[in-house]
Write a protein that binds this ligand. Structure first.
Ligand SMILES: C[S@@+](CC[C@H](N)C(=O)[O-])C[C@H]1O[C@@H](n2cnc3c(N)ncnc32)[C@H](O)[C@@H]1O
Length: 239
């Protein structure tokens, strides 16, 4: 009986996998199979996160305690919104915990970001555009943030060096953003793809933050060049 029910479950399972693979190219099929096997994808469905990347931020925040109740947080490259979901929980911006101060989460993306209780989204906005910086200053309490998060990534062209350089340029623009909105002592967490220019970004960050470390969370796929710089204790540059 037990064997029969397992066989039946497997039969249904393989039927739905076959359905998911139907009409897809070989590359798309590989992607679907990898998603189906990924424990973080399964956990994100179970815990209602919008995507698996939530677990990277949860892991980093569990270790480094970046996000505190009452903080103001800017989430760059926020779509579909999983990091913002984590930030809303951790800084209490939906006011769920009445005994703790209520924070602010502002998410920005070139794409549309579906609404989320406790977050204010600037969809169809470019993080590197000074006009977006102006809007952020208006929206943030006293125009300042405690933390800037960036999981931004450009559309991959397939040319590794070119994509890496693009992402580094986007990360460098976050240093300009920090100068406008980040509180002294604040933190910046940004994703980059490891390569020849990573060191340049690290040096630039080190010139305005007292501590800069590299992080590769367990939830980040092992075969990916993805890394994060966690820069802490912001010092506004003297001009
Ligand atoms: C890996 S996804 C972010 C996932 C997100 N952290 C989450 O947990 O849901 C990267 C995002 O960066 C966005 N992006 C890329 N360049 C951008 C830019 N210049 N300004 C704003 N968003 C950008 C992309 O549109 C994409 O949605």
């Amino acid at each position: 009986m037990w064997i029969f029910s397992v066989q039946r479950r497997c039969f249904h399972c393989s039927l739905s996998v076959t359905k998911k693979l139907k009409g897809k190219t070989a590359t798309e099929q590989r992607w679907v199979l990898r998603q189906l096997k990924d424990p973080y994808v399964k956990a994100s469905h179970a815990q209602n996160f919008r995507c698996r990347s939530a677990f990277k931020l949860l892991e980093i925040d569990d270790k480094f305690r970046l996000l505190q109740p009452g903080y103001s947080v800017v989430d760059c490259g926020a779509a579909p919104g999983a990091w913002s979901q984590v930030a809303v929980q951790r800084i209490n911006s939906a006011g769920t915990d009445q005994g703790s101060p209520r924070g602010t989460v502002i998410g920005i993306d070139l794409l549309n970001i579906p609404p989320l209780d406790g977050a204010h989204f600037l969809s169809n906005h470019d993080v590197t555009d000074p006009a977006t910086h102006g809007k952020l200053q208006e929206l943030l309490p006293r125009g300042r943030a405690h933390v800037i998060l960036s999981d931004m990534a450009p559309n991959a062209s397939g040319f590794r060096d070119m994509d890496q350089e693009k992402l580094i340029t986007m990360c460098l623009s976050l240093i300009d953003l920090a100068e406008k909105i980040l509180l002294p002592g604040g933190s910046l967490l940004c994703k980059y793809w490891d390569g020849v220019l990573s060191h340049h970004l690290q040096e630039k960050l080190s010139s305005v933050f007292s501590s800069v470390r590299t992080i590769k969370p367990d939830a980040s796929r092992k075969d990916s060049a993805e890394r994060y710089f966690l820069a802490r204790m912001y010092r506004k540059p003297v001009k």
